[in-house]
Ligand binder design. Structure first.
Ligand SMILES: *Cc1c(COP(=O)(O)O)cnc(C)c1O
Length: 429
């Protein structure tokens, strides 16, 4: 892999060498559950990790490995592991270093299912999450104790659109000997590479912009390879002590700067089994090839739609961090090259009822809870993704009842503006 390649070249070539795959120009789909051994000796060497090769697709698969190397390259990481969904990636990322009795500190502006995972599901297994306002890095520091294993935030929160100060969070985390995990799904590595701003671990829902066509689910965990786990062996005992779940090895001794990603792939992912299908990895690889082209068009459309909404009488507020009017605008300039991706939310006059009327009135834009598709989508979180949250939880996660979320696609801008305008008019009657 050529480190000097620009992003637009890496999306097409990183992690793949045709000579190693029957000279196939496209990445082959290795759709197999398992791989054949030459002999008993060969199987022993494979299980002991003494020779390179494959055993079973839950452990490793050549198609998945190409996707892992490509994603690691795009995020400037040393390694990655791919998972069946974004939720599986978030779960594996936390459980690689945290267990019962431990805690993490997370920004409260989060994707709804991640909020539920942290506030409820992981809590049932003794992993506590302490929530802090996304824009107060000092508040994160106040919540730390000796069992805190990580900070967690989304680089652009879905759906609230909040942009945290990544480098301040990383600095505070590092002063306290804790890694920063960043969910970079909405920004994508085309707009933002959190590792370059101090983040230690990146997670993705590949379902969204990375694959880009709304056809498959997938996730990824990427390791920057920089956090010095071995310097804090008591805090990160899951990496430093012999692991009962994996050959009684110490991951920091065996894998050095890849300790985290090695344990992520060989313990939580392997045990919980949320493995990506090689067929889905192939679809995701097709999508990645056009990521920069799609993102340019999506950001262009979203900026124009933001300006249109800001002037519309049926709209009480617009939240798009790339807008000069947004309080996080300076952080978008610093971390995202001034671009805001395709998720934009606005408050509709008339509250929850007007929100559902708008949702009903769109004709071109599809009603869907997804984001990151080439097709534009609309979601009314108060009646869909966030309906399980209490009023207080809604406010804490930055979602109000009048909030309408748009995921802007690559259609012609005039067709999008016409559809939004007629649905806004309809929402007010
Ligand atoms: C969609 C999403 C997830 C979850 O990903 P799935 O692939 O749906 O499991 C996590 N984080 C963010 C920011 C998302 O948008």
């Amino acid at each position: 892999m050529d480190k000097a390649w620009r992003f637009e070249t890496s999306v097409l070539h990183a992690g793949y060498e045709p000579d190693e795959h029957s000279r196939s120009v496209a990445v082959p789909i290795n759709l197999t559950a398992a791989f054949a051994f030459d002999s008993t000796e060969h199987s022993v060497e494979l299980f002991d990790g003494k020779v390179a090769g494959h055993i079973y697709t839950r452990i490793a698969n050549p198609t998945l490995q190409v996707l892992e190397q490509r994603i690691a390259c795009l995020e400037s990481g040393v390694g990655a592991t791919v998972t069946a969904s974004g939720q599986a990636a978030v779960t594996a990322a936390v459980l690689t270093i945290a267990g019962g009795g431990d805690n993490i500190v997370a920004a409260s502006s989060l994707y709804g299912t991640t909020f539920n995972l942290f506030a409820h599901t992981l809590a049932q297994y003794g992993v506590e999450t302490r929530f802090a306002p996304y824009n107060e890095p000092e508040f994160f520091a106040k919540l730390i104790d000796h069992r805190t294993k990580a900070f967690f935030c989304e680089s652009i929160a879905n759906p609230a659109g909040h942009v945290p100060d990544i480098s301040s969070l990383a600095n505070i985390a590092h002063e306290n000997h804790i890694p920063l995990i960043v969910d970079n799904t909405v920004a994508t590595p085309y707009l933002c590479r959190p590792i370059e701003h101090g983040a230690d671990i990146i997670v993705h829902s590949l379902t969204k912009y990375i694959s880009g066509h709304g056809i498959v689910l997938g996730g990824a965990v990427i390791d920057a390879g920089r956090f010095r786990w071995a310097d804090y062996p008591e805090r990160f005992e899951k990496l430093s002590l012999p692991d009962e779940a994996h050959h009684r090895i110490s991951f920091t001794d065996r894998f050095g700067d890849r300790a985290y990603i090695a344990r992520c792939a060989s313990v939580p992912l392997r045990s919980l089994g949320a493995v990506l299908s090689p067929l889905n990895a192939f679809f995701i690889l097709q999508g990645i090839e056009t990521l920069p082209l799609r993102m340019d068009r999506i950001c262009f459309n979203a900026e124009i739609i933001c300006q249109f909404l800001e002037q519309h009488t049926a709209v009480s507020w617009v939240s798009y961090a790339a807008s000069p009017a947004h309080p996080d605008h300076s952080r978008v300039k610093k971390y995202m090259r001034g671009k805001g991706s395709g998720v934009l939310s606005f408050g509709i006059r008339g509250g929850k009822e007007a929100g559902s009327r708008f949702h009903d009135a769109v004709k071109l834009i599809r009603r869907s809870v997804n984001i990151g598709d080439c097709k534009s989508l609309v979601c009314h979180p108060a009646s869909t993704t966030h309906r399980q949250l209490s009023k207080e939880e809604l406010i804490a996660s930055g979602v109000t009842e009048d909030l309408v979320r748009l995921s802007i696609g690559t259609e012609h801008i005039q067709d999008l503006l016409s559809d939004i305008d007629q649905a806004l008019v309809a929402s007010q009657t």
